[in-house]
Design a protein around this ligand. Structure first.
Ligand code: TRP
Ligand code: SF4
Length: 417
């Protein structure tokens, strides 16, 4: 019943190229070149796709306003698989973004049946991880944010059951609570613009969350009172559902413009300037003036055993507070991209790109590019045995855990009640 891209289907084996083509996600390479500095998650090809990231790259380069938001569902303790999105958020805050993080306790409760108490406990851990990674900005639990809940209600007016069916495969047996958690996520994604004013908003997520982005972009568009179109000889501000006074206000704002039934034509004006003025007028007349959210998509880190990484599969990952001996055991038992025999390994080399141990290094453990390149080289040229590689990886993991736990402890007081 769930479509292949359903956020709840736990299907990590989506074909990236096909998904990109089908849904209009674009490869991030070209647009990333507009950034003053390419972050490691892009240069290492972990973040691979985007929607409208150009708006964000330009905001970073031109130092204009933008927001960054993501959300975490507190259905269990945070783990390695959540770190990438957290790092993306932190990086965008460092680049000047106004940071927001939602704890999706409504979703965890409605979709996964997690008690409110557990939601609180897990949620705090997520926030602590974020602060440990250097986050600054606003955080909230969905269930405690009245403005998000009001915005969710307002958004719900723009969405009908057939939208939910088309996007998520919802049917007769889908609970209303599930639908409410979806619309709450829409509100999460739009919340920064409600809170701090309209601006491009980057939402770093895994590919599985794209349906929510599509829905939110649609809702953001439906909220708009005007569309602004470049007609070559003039800019046209066209009413979708703007009150007559708003249309008149646009006309007044641009001397020399011409007002028609349902639109105002503005010669000799700049597109961006018209957008900005129209947005302000919209807000002055009770609208939101939302930008459709931008998004980035990252690939998922595989589980250590080669399958999917999930807290329901203990051998797929190690926890941040797992005892040393257990961490060692899991890493030494991990699947590799190595060959059947040592001899073959020396002759043919290993296959790092399909090796969970290599990917663990690529994602988080080998932070120095030269070091990572050296692991790859030694692997491919057959110089490195998997046993040795795992030992070296374990050392990096130990260092990582030691430092991360320290930072987690220091961050504890930042997560307030
Ligand atoms: N649905 C997301 C998940 O399953 C959590 C989430 C809630 C979220 N609100 C969000 C993600 C807003 C991105 C943006 O993990
Ligand atoms: Fe993976 Fe390391 Fe073995 Fe290469 S040497 S396949 S990177 S474990």
């Amino acid at each position: 019943m769930h479509s292949e891209m359903s956020p709840w289907a736990n299907n990590h084996a989506v074909d990236i190229d096909r998904t990109f083509a089908d849904f209009g996600i674009e490869p991030i390479g070209p647009v990333a070149e507009r950034l003053p500095e390419i972050p490691p998650f892009i240069s290492r090809k972990i973040v691979v796709g985007h929607r409208d990231y150009g708006l964000i790259a330009d905001a970073i380069r031109n130092r204009t306003r933008f927001h960054v938001l993501t959300g975490f569902m507190p259905s269990g303790l945070p783990h390695l698989g959540h770190l990438m999105v957290m790092k993306e958020v932190v990086w965008h805050v460092e680049q000047g973004g106004c940071g927001y993080v939602a704890v999706a306790d409504r979703e965890a409760h409605a979709v996964r049946g997690i008690s409110w108490e557990k939601c609180r406990e897990y949620g705090k851990q997520y926030l602590q991880c974020l602060y440990a990674l250097g986050f600054s900005g606003k955080t909230y639990f969905q269930s405690r944010n009245e403005r998000v809940k009001d915005l969710a209600f307002e958004s719900s007016i723009k969405v009908n059951f057939s939208d939910l069916q088309a996007i998520y495969g919802f049917g007769q047996d889908t609970s209303l609570g599930h639908a409410m958690s979806v619309i709450t996520q829409v509100a999460d994604i739009l919340f920064p613009q409600l809170d701090a004013g309209p601006a491009p908003t980057i939402v770093p997520v895994g590919l599985d969350q794209d349906p929510h982005l599509r829905l939110t972009r649609d809702v953001a568009y439906k909220f708009r009172m005007f569309t602004v179109e470049d007609r070559g000889s003039h800019i046209s501000a066209r009413s979708k559902n703007a009150p007559e006074e708003a249309l008149a206000a646009v006309h007044r704002a641009f001397p020399g413009s011409k007002k028609y039934e349902g639109h105002v034509d503005i010669p000799g004006a700049e597109y961006d300037r018209v957008q900005e003025v129209v947005r302000a007028i919209e807000i002055g007349h009770g609208g939101f003036g939302f930008f459709p959210p931008s998004s980035t998509y990252h690939i998922f880190m595989p589980g250590l055993q080669g399958g999917k990484m999930s807290s329901s599969i203990p051998e797929s990952l190690f926890g941040f507070y797992e005892p040393d001996a257990a961490v060692k055991k899991k890493i030494m038992a991990a699947l590799t991209g190595g060959r059947m025999t040592l001899d073959e390994q020396r002759r043919l080399g290993g296959e790092p790109d399909r090796c969970p141990v290599f990917l663990l290094n690529l994602f988080h453990m080998a932070t120095d590019d030269a070091e990572l390149a050296e692991i790859r080289r030694r692997c491919v040229q057959g110089e490195l045995t998997c046993g040795q590689c795992k030992k070296e990886t374990l050392e990096r993991v130990r260092t990582f855990l030691r430092e991360f736990r320290e930072k987690m402890d220091e961050a504890e007081h930042l997560v307030e009640e």
